[in-house]
Design a protein around this ligand. Structure first.
Ligand SMILES: *Cc1c(COP(=O)(O)O)cnc(C)c1O
Length: 372
C-alpha cells in the first residue's frame, strides 16, 4: 500500500542516532539543548521539546493555566488531541466552525464563542496553511485569552515572512513519522512569552524547578516542585534524529511544494473534484493535499483508492463526533462548515520521498474512478 504520509530517513540521520547511542547521554543531555536551539531558528521563538504532539498540547494548556471552569475555543477540524489536552485539565471545550476555503478556524465564529471564561483560543494550521493569527489576536484581545497554534502540520510555514512558532502565544509541534519531519515520537512547544517557556520546562520535568526557591537555604542538592508536572522529556537519542532531520527541512518543503503543484496541474478540471487553494500571503509547508470529492462519492472513492493500493486518508472526523464528546452532550450539526468539509475530504499521498511515478499512479487511479 502506498502510504498517505511517511518519513524520509537518510544515512546522516542514522549516523546521528548511532552517535547519540554511544554518548554519555541517552536523555536530558546536550543533544536536547542542541535540538531546541535548532528548532528555535525555524520557529522564531524559544522551544521546549516533549514526547509527542499530544503531550505538547497538554503541556501548552497547562502552561497557559487552563483549569476547571475555564473555556477553550477551538476548531473541530483537527485530530482529537487539540481538544482533549484542554478537556483533561477540566476545561470546557467550545467548538467554533471553520472557514469553508481553508478549513482553518473562522475568527468570526471565535468572536461569537468568547465569554469571560475563555482562557485559550486554539487554532490549527490545517494542511500546513497558518491560521489567521492576526485576526484571531484582534478578536481575542479584549477577552485576555491566550492564542495557541497547533502547528502539527506547519513547522516551516511562513505568514508574510513570519515563521509559524512566532505567530501565537504558544505553538505546538509533532514529529510523528507522517508529519513534516520526524523523531519517531516527539514534539515541542514554542512560546514568544518567556514566563510560559519557564512553566513549560518545569511541566515537562515533573514540575521540578532549580531556581527561585521557597526554601533557599537547604543545600546544593535542593530542588522544588511548586506545581504538578509530568515526565514528558524527549530523549537525546531522538533529539539527535531531530537535529539531523531539521537540516533537510528546506528540501522537504521544496519537494512537498513541487508535488502539490503537480497535483494542482494533473487534477485541474477533473469533474467532481475541488482542489485546495491558499492565501497568497502565506508560504506554507504543504503537509496534506486535501481534495474535496463532490456528489456524495467520497466513501466510494476512498474505498476504491484503497482497493487499488493507494493509502488515502480522511482528515478529520469532526472532533465532537467522538463518543467522549457525544457523552458530554455535544451534538452533530454544531459546526456545519466542518461537517460539510468532513463529508467530502480526501487526503492524497504527499511526502518528501513520493516519486513522480507513484504520484502519476495516484492521479490516474483517481481520474479513472471519477470517469475523466
Ligand atoms: C499529529 C497531530 C497531533 C498529535 O501529535 P502526536 O505527535 O501524534 O501526538 C495533534 N494535532 C494535530 C493537528 C496533528 O496532526
Amino acid at each position: 500500500m502506498l502510504p498517505y504520509g511517511r518519513q524520509s530517513i537518510d544515512a546522516a540521520d542514522v549516523e546521528a542516532v548511532v552517535a547519540a547511542l554511544g554518548s554519555d547521554w541517552l536523555t536530558t543531555g546536550p543533544r536536547v539543548a542542541g535540538f531546541e536551539a535548532d528548532l528555535e531558528k525555524v520557529a522564531g521563538a524559544p522551544c521546549v521539546t516533549v514526547t509527542n504532539g499530544t503531550t505538547a498540547l497538554h503541556a501548552a494548556y497547562a502552561a497557559a493555566g487552563v483549569t476547571r471552569g475555564d473555556e477553550v475555543v477551538t476548531t473541530p477540524m483537527t485530530f482529537v488531541a487539540t481538544a482533549s489536552g484542554a478537556a483533561m485539565l477540566g476545561a470546557k471545550v467550545i467548538f467554533a466552525d471553520i472557514e469553508d476555503e481553508s478549513a482553518n478556524i473562522d475568527p468570526a465564529a471565535v468572536e461569537a464563542a468568547l465569554t469571560e471564561r475563555t482562557r485559550v483560543i486554539a487554532a490549527v494550521d490545517y494542511a500546513g496553511v497558518p491560521a489567521d493569527y492576526d485576526r484571531l489576536r484582534k478578536v481575542g484581545e479584549s477577552s485576555g485569552a491566550l492564542i495557541l497554534g497547533d502547528a502539527a502540520h506547519s513547522i516551516g510555514s511562513l505568514d508574510r515572512g513570519r515563521p509559524v512558532g512566532s505567530l501565537a502565544d504558544l505553538t505546538t509541534f509533532s514529529f510523528f513519522p507522517t508529519k513534516n519531519f520526524t523523531t519517531g515520537e516527539g514534539g515541542a512547544v514554542a512560546s514568544i512569552r518567556p514566563e510560559l517557556v519557564t512553566r513549560l520546562r518545569a511541566f515537562r520535568t515533573v514540575g521540578v524547578v532549580r531556581e527561585d526557591f521557597r526554601n533557599p537555604d537547604e543545600g546544593a542538592w535542593w530542588y522544588e516542585v511548586p506545581e504538578f508536572g509530568l515526565n514528558y522529556r524527549l530523549p537525546d537519542v531522538l533529539a539527535a534524529l531531530g537535529s539531523a532531520q531539521l537540516r533537510r527541512l528546506g528540501a522537504f518543503k521544496e519537494r512537498r511544494r513541487q508535488l502539490s503543484a503537480r497535483y494542482d496541474e494533473l487534477l485541474a478540471g477533473v469533474p467532481g473534484l475541488r482542489l485546495p487553494t491558499q492565501r497568497p500571503e502565506v508560504d506554507p509547508m504543504r503537509h496534506l493535499y486535501p481534495v474535496r470529492v463532490l456528489d456524495g462519492r467520497r466513501r466510494e472513492v476512498f474505498d476504491r483508492m484503497r482497493e487499488a493500493g493507494i493509502g488515502v486518508q480522511v482528515n478529520y472526523i469532526p472532533v465532537y463526533w467522538h463518543p467522549v464528546f457525544e457523552d458530554l452532550g455535544y451534538r452533530r450539526g454544531m459546526c456545519p462548515n466542518a461537517e460539510a468539509f468532513y463529508a467530502e475530504e480526501l487526503s492524497l499521498p504527499l511526502f518528501a520521498d513520493l516519486s513522480d511515478d507513484d504520484q502519476d499512479r495516484v492521479v490516474e487511479t483517481l481520474r479513472g474512478i471519477l470517469g475523466s
